[in-house]
Every structure is written in C-alpha cells, then in structure tokens.
Design a protein around this ligand. Structure first.
Ligand SMILES: Cc1cc2nc3c(=O)[nH]c(=O)nc-3n(C[C@H](O)[C@H](O)[C@H](O)COP(=O)(O)OP(=O)(O)OC[C@H]3O[C@@H](n4cnc5c(N)ncnc54)[C@H](O)[C@@H]3O)c2cc1C
Length: 600
C-alpha cells in the first residue's frame, strides 16, 4: 500500500465552526499558521452543518453585559439553562465555561464580520429560544451558522492556515504517549494519507447519516466518534439525539407556525389519526396540543406534546406515511370550543378568527402568520396550495460525543475535541442556540491546548499503520441496512425489545464486514465506523431504563406512554469506551457545581 505522509504541530480534523475556531486559536498560540493543518471532507466552507444548515432563525446564545436579567450573576442563569435543561446529566463545569465565555465568543465572531442583528439603540438584538428563561439568542437570520462559517473561512484564508480538502480521516494514530496523528483517504483519488502531529483536535460534527431521515447535510457520518472510540477514548451521552418532525422532501423542521396553523395531520388513507392515539383527550385538547407542539420541537420526555411525535412514529412503523394537510380544517376544529388562548394568540398576530377566511383554512392562517414558510417550501417544489406536506421524525443533533473536560482534553493524551464531536457539555436536551456557541468556546480552547501540547512533545513516529479493512458486504448496502436499523429502533419510540433486536442486527453487520464498493475506500471505512456509533447509541439507550430529555424509553411496544424519569438511579451519564476489544458502558456521576440553585 502506497502512503503519502504529512506532518504538522496541530492537526484539526473538520472545518465547521468548531474546527475552524480551533485552527485559528492554534495558529495564534503557535505564532505560525503554517504549523497547523486542517482536514475536511468536501470543500472548505461547503461541508458540515455550520456551513450548510439553516432554519427560520438560527440562534447563537450569549450572555452579554445587557442580556437579561443582567448583573454579575447573569452567566449563572445561562449555565443553569444548559445544565438543568440538559436533565442534570452533563458536566456543570462545562456549562459554566460556556456561559462565562459566551460574550467573548460573540464579540470575536462580530469582529470577523458576522452580521449579528443590532437594535436601533446599537445593542445586539436577543430573543428567547426553547429551553431558555431569558432572551439571549443572538442571530443574523435564517443563515446565522453559515455567516459564522464564512467569517471563519475568511480568517483562515487571510492568515494562510493550510487546509487539505476532500480528505476523510478514517483512523487516529496512537503512539506510546497518546494520539500522534491520523490516517486519511483522499476522497477524489482514493490515495492513503498519513498525518503526523504533536496534537490532534477532533471537530467532525454529528452523525445524521446513521438515520434514514435527518436534518443534517449529506455525509455527516459521526466518524469522529468512531475513530476516537477505536483508539480507546471515552464517549458520553451517546443515547441523546434531538429527533423532531421534519418535512421529508425539504428537511424543514415542522414547528412554530407550521403547526400553529392547525393543519390536518393525516396518514396515507386520509385518516386524522391523532384522535385515535390520544383518545384520553377531547378533540379540542388534541388540537390544542398540536398548537402547543409548535413551540416544542424536538420530541422530549418532559413535553406532553411528544405524544404527537410518538403517534406519528407509530403510524410510520405501521407502514403508513404521514402528512400535514393545509387544504381544510381538522374535522374536530370548532373555534367556539377551542382554548381562548389560541384565539388570543392569533389576535396578537393581527389575525381575527371571526373572519371566515382564516378561520376556515389552515393555509389561509399560515399565509397570514408566516407567508415566508409557504414560499420557502414552494421554492423547493412543495406547494401547500396543492400538495400535502409529508413529515417524519428526523435527527438534528447529537448531544453526546467524545468526553471532554474544561480544557477540551479527551481521556487520551494528545487528543482534543470540540463542537458536536465532543460530549459532556450537553445532556439529555440541548437548549437552542448553545451548539453554535459550544463550537466556538471549546474550539478555541482545544486549539490553544493542542498547540501548547504540540510545542512540548513535537511529532513522533508510530510503529504500526493499520490497513483499511476490505472484506465483507458492499459498503452502500451495509449503510442502507444500518440506517433502517437505527431509524426503526433508536428513533422517538425506544423499547427494551426493539433495542435488543437492533443490537443483534448491528452485531451481525459487524461480523459480516464491509467491503469497498464503487463509493470508494473512504465511504467504506466511514461505514465501518458508523456501525460502531450505531452500537454505542443502541447500547446506551438500552442501558438507560428511564425517559429523560430526548430519550423516550417504553417498557413494551404497546405502552401508550414511556417510562418516567428516574432521578434516583439515572441522574448519571453513560460513559462508553473500548476495553480489551469489547464495548464497555458505565454509568458515572457528572460534575456538579455549587452554583446550581436546585438542591441536589
Ligand atoms: C437544521 C439545523 C438547525 C440548527 N439550528 C441551530 C441553532 O439555531 N443554534 C445552534 O446553536 N445550533 C443549531 N444547530 C446545531 C449546530 O448548527 C451544529 O451543532 C454545529 O454547527 C456543529 O458544528 P461543528 O463544527 O461541530 O460541525 P460541522 O459544522 O458539522 O462540521 C463538521 C466538519 O467535519 C468534517 N468531517 C466530518 N467527518 C470528517 C472526517 N472523517 N474527516 C475529515 N473531516 C470530517 C465535515 O466535512 C465538516 O467540515 C442546528 C443544526 C441543524 C442541522
């Protein structure tokens, strides 16, 4: 096997918000940008979530001097939202780091040109997002993440930080003193590449590709989790994934006004199936829940509206596709019997429901409260005037990842992690707006710490280079099968029986192996890694015998409601590592801090 070798002080794997921030911090700390090397799949600025994803208004949380409630303790409210909101199964010291350093991250991005919206009085505009008590979400609009990526790419180019594009890392290299580099594959030529480094920052993002439907851009395979696991790093909170209802064709999250317009939620037969699953509620209460669901995306144990996600998933499991129909009102909709709060909410938006036009049609209501969403969908070939909007649960975020401490170190010397690749900073839920933030904070810390270590150890050689495995079933086939397994067993509804079945199927895939097919060696190697990540999710989900945040655990498939949250036994997180060739899972106590107001 011919191998091309490179060496650098700090190797950064991934060029999203976290990776680019790490590269810039390492370049500054080393005093020479050329000592850093960034690797990315695809093109710089055109791969990963930060570069490509958008929503109606993307949030970046920051506690600034003027952020409510104000005062020297304002950071505590922010840290508490992250920690308590995360179901008390994340590390509180990491939440503190995020909150305390959020202003610094905001002003750094602004100095690079991110056009955060400011009010007429000149102060940054901030709004309240899901999971937060106070308005601390800064934004540029639907493309906040993309603006952050553009600004960081501009700075990386300006400073001349070397970037190798179209490079997929498939293994990390471990020497006697820790991680010393990585093995990659050139996605275009198939060439094998070896990168030696004094320290490595893992910033490879999440793994939407493990599921049939995800809100991620393509090729987010969670490869960072797999390569770190295989060299012995610890991972944490892998069972916690944000999953919510999305449009199948466009990946648009179906929240906010899309549900507040109260469309009919129907299956392929045209049946409004929610009444069947929520038969303990009156039809008006069911529609009231649908309205409230507009403010609670994704599915979460603590939100009663998750019953809608559960109903949709069960319908899909039964083989029926699910749609939102805006052409006419739900059959049970009678405004006189609806909660007056809903009518008042419409009034506050300037919509009078005594007018038969908005009262009589979901589309007319949606056009009044959010015409942009109708247009956005039309531009992507879904015309709500004519078409049903097909929906299904889709994965949008991995809360867990490679376990880090406040200095972004992993459990292995020489390996640092940041952004969605990292774990411990978020728990069972992730309050909106804090992922873009965590990429910036821990990206910076990881870059600085990695540079300090690289200066100390230099680059070392390694005795053995693992060859890529090549025997087994074609990678594309295996990947499709894996997606089917994960979507069936690790989605909104998770059962003991289903998870056990899923693990068995995954182990079978592992045993059969993965062969390189026409998608090339990087695709095959990543598929192999995806099997490990899938196993982590299923095993951790099976071990956590309770419901918390995004993890809804049902004792048996027919149970209408999931098991309750069990603080006595499960206010702990699950740490995963590879020990003597086996996947080892252990429930551990997270880091608590004295500033947490709720008694422990
Ligand atoms: C639709 C949507 C809306 C969201 N809205 C918000 C929001 O409003 N606020 C918020 O805070 N968060 C939001 N998030 C989450 C947030 O955007 C992401 O968590 C964050 O952008 C991830 O940044 P990252 O740098 O960790 O990873 P990414 O930006 O995904 O970058 C990962 C990088 O790693 C590279 N890579 C991956 N594997 C390899 C490999 N094996 N070898 C080499 N390179 C590799 C990729 O090519 C890419 O360059 C949203 C997510 C989605 C999908």
């Amino acid at each position: 096997m011919e191998v091309v070798e490179f060496s650098c002080s700090v190797l950064v794997i991934g060029a999203g918000g976290a990776g680019l921030r790490a590269a810039l911090a390492a370049a500054k700390e080393l005093g020479d940008p050329r000592e850093v090397l960034v690797l990315t799949k695809g093109e710089l600025g055109r791969s990963g979530v930060t570069a490509l994803s958008c929503s109606d208004r993307m949030a970046f949380h920051a506690t600034l001097l003027h952020t409510e409630p104000g005062g020297p303790d304002a950071w505590k409210y922010h840290a508490e939202d992250i920690y308590m909101g995360g179901g008390e199964v994340s590390d509180a010291d990491l939440a503190e780091t995020l909150a305390r350093r959020s202003a610094e991250a905001f002003y750094y991005l602004e100095s690079l040109g991110v056009p955060f919206v400011r009010r007429p009085n000149g102060l940054p505009d901030q709004f309240v997002t899901d999971g937060s008590l106070y308005a601390r979400a800064c934004y540029t609009g639907p493309y906040t993440a993309n603006h952050i990526e553009e600004a960081l790419v501009g700075e990386v180019r300006r400073l001349g930080v070397p970037v190798r594009e179209h490079t997929a890392v498939v293994e990390l290299l471990k020497g006697k003193d820790g991680v010393v580099g990585a093995v990659g594959v050139d996605e275009e030529t198939g060439e094998n590449l070896v990168f030696w480094a004094g320290a490595v920052v893992l910033a490879t993002g999440g793994g939407g590709e493990l599921f049939r439907l995800s809100a991620y851009p393509p090729e987010m395979t969670g490869s960072g989790y797999a390569v770190a696991y295989r060299v012995g790093a610890e991972l944490v909170n892998m069972e916690f994934l944000q999953i919510g209802l999305c449009s199948v064709a466009t990946k648009l999250a179906c929240s906010g006004s899309l549900l507040r317009a109260l469309p009919r939620v129907v299956n392929e037969k045209g049946e409004e199936f929610l009444y069947r699953y929520l038969s303990d509620l009156s039809p008006e209460e069911v529609l009231g829940m649908l309205f409230c669901k507009g403010a609670s995306w994704p599915a979460m144990y603590e939100e009663p509206t998750s019953r809608i996600d559960i109903a949709a998933e069960r319908e899909l499991d039964g083989g029926w596709r699910v749609f939102l129909d805006y052409s006419r009102n739900p059959e049970a909709l009678d405004w006189a019997r609806m909660d007056p709060e809903i009518v008042n909410w419409y009034k506050s938006k300037g919509v009078d429901l005594s007018d038969p036009e908005p009262a009589g049609s979901p589309l007319a209501r949606l056009l009044r409260i959010n015409p942009q969403s109708v247009e956005w969908l039309r531009e992507r070939s879904v015309d709500l005037r004519r078409d049903l909007l097909e929906i299904a649960p889709a994965v949008q975020h991995f809360q867990g990842g490679v376990k880090i401490g406040p200095d972004a170190r992993t459990s292995l010397p020489g390996l640092y992690a940041a952004g969605e690749a990292a774990g411990g900073q978020h728990g069972a839920k992730r309050p909106g707006g804090n992922s873009l933030l965590d990429g910036q904070i821990f990206g910076r810390i990881a870059g600085e710490e990695a540079a300090r270590r690289a200066r100390k150890v230099g680059t070392s050689a390694l005795e053995e280079l693992k060859a890529l495995k090549g025997n087994g079933r074609p990678a594309s086939e295996v990947r499709e099968e894996l997606k089917a397994i994960m979507s069936k067993y690790a989605g909104v509804v998770r059962t003991e029986e289903g998870l056990a079945e899923g693990i068995e199927l995954i182990l079978k895939l592992k045993e059969e192996g993965v062969a390189v097919d026409d998608q090339g060696p990087a695709f095959a190697a990543e598929t192999l890694g995806m099997i490990d990540v899938g196993e982590m999710i299923l095993r951790a989900a099976r071990m956590r015998r309770e419901s918390r945040g995004c993890h809804l655990f049902f004792r048996s498939p027919g149970d209408p409601l999931p098991l309750p949250r069990d603080d006595m036994n499960w206010r702990r997180y699950i740490v995963i590592s590879l020990r003597e060739g086996e996947m080892h899972l252990e429930a551990q106590e997270p880091v608590r801090q004295g500033w947490i107001k709720r008694p422990l």
